[in-house]
Write a protein that binds this ligand. Sequence first.
Ligand code: FE
Length: 185
Amino acid sequence: MSGKFEAFIAGMTTLLDMKPSESDLLPVCGKLLGELVSTDDWLPDAYAVSNPETYCQYLLYKDPDSRFSVVSFVWGVNQESPIHDHRVWGAIGMLRGAETGTLYARDADTGQLIEGESLTLKPGMVDFVSPRLGDIHRVKNAESDQASISIHIYGADIGAVERRVYDPKTVDPSPFISGYTPLPK
Ligand code: FE
């Protein structure tokens, strides 16, 4: 991986070594991630391959102590995630193309999902998720004629975290563990 990516990992490792609170961590993480996605010249091609069947999530880096993981998300045309949560802090940096994230909240009384704000990220922009900030969302490719790629960092080995997917028609969410997409041969 390039020096730019190595510098990002070194910055995040130094940051987490200080054991910051989430509210202290996220602004610094956002700045480092913003710098990483401010230029699109470092992601190896293998981590940018789209699959016509489904969006891809390639593991770029996992901290040896699983304090964080970094993933390249590749969204093909018309591809979107299910409505899902993360259970840990996360930051999303847009590298190539554009994606739209829509937040959801659960009504405390009925458990029904309520659609919230949408935000479309353009290259260089960063957004955050966490149980504290709003953790349930759906993400889709906002480009109609090209794949879009965003770099995600999460406060765990995200591919191994037991999370939930939400069906707006049912109250009870389903458990899921995302894993990672194997690199194309
Ligand atoms: Fe997400």
